[in-house]
Design a protein around this ligand. Structure first.
Ligand code: ADP
Length: 154
């Protein structure tokens, strides 16, 4: 059995998964034995794509990565970490707004369950990419193929 402290959860909406998300997972691979990409299904949050669709895209995208597992979850990320025996949460930071928000959440997760959050800065070529912008482009029938992994491309 691998050391539980080397399991990390990468939580997100992935609505849809972008090449920014993929980059964060790939850059995290050397740090952990196992990475669980955890797609949130939050009550009260409106998604463009169904949970089934978002999950299918994630599964297809990470199919070739033996250390990466994809799952859907409801509830608190800190509770999921406890269930999985994960000691770490991975988050990507694109800008100072992300940093401000994520710092508070990270400290709360530490207070709740002693889980440490590992932040990776978005690569400069990905800092402008977000699921929100991809949804906006899709809604206006623009080409998003440069911003999403192959699984999501039409
Ligand atoms: P959430 O609703 O939890 O923010 P997202 O799917 O938008 O879910 O993002 C999941 C994680 O991926 C977050 O930590 C976010 O900062 C990070 N992320 C999103 N887009 C990028 C990107 N272009 N580069 C690096 N990290 C990113």
């Amino acid at each position: 059995m691998s050391n539980p402290s080397k399991i990390a959860v990468f939580p997100g909406s992935f609505d849809p998964v972008t090449i920014g998300h993929v980059s964060i997972v790939e850059r995290s691979l050397p740090l952990f034995d196992r990475i669980v990409v955890a797609m949130g299904e939050n009550i009260g949050k409106r998604y463009m794509f169904t949970a089934e669709q978002r999950l299918a895209w994630l599964q297809e995208t990470f199919r070739g990565q033996p250390k990466v597992e994809v799952m859907a979850f409801k509830g608190l990320t800190a509770d999921l970490c406890r269930e999985l025996g994960a000691g770490f949460i991975i988050r990507g930071l694109r800008n100072s707004t992300d940093h401000g928000v994520e710092r508070s959440i990270a400290l709360m997760n530490h207070a709740l369950r002693g889980v440490e959050t590992i932040f990776l800065p978005a690569l400069s070529e990905h800092a402008h990419i977000s699921s929100t912008i991809v949804r906006e482009l899709l809604a206006n029938k623009a080409d998003v193929s440069a911003f999403v992994p192959a699984a999501v491309r039409p």
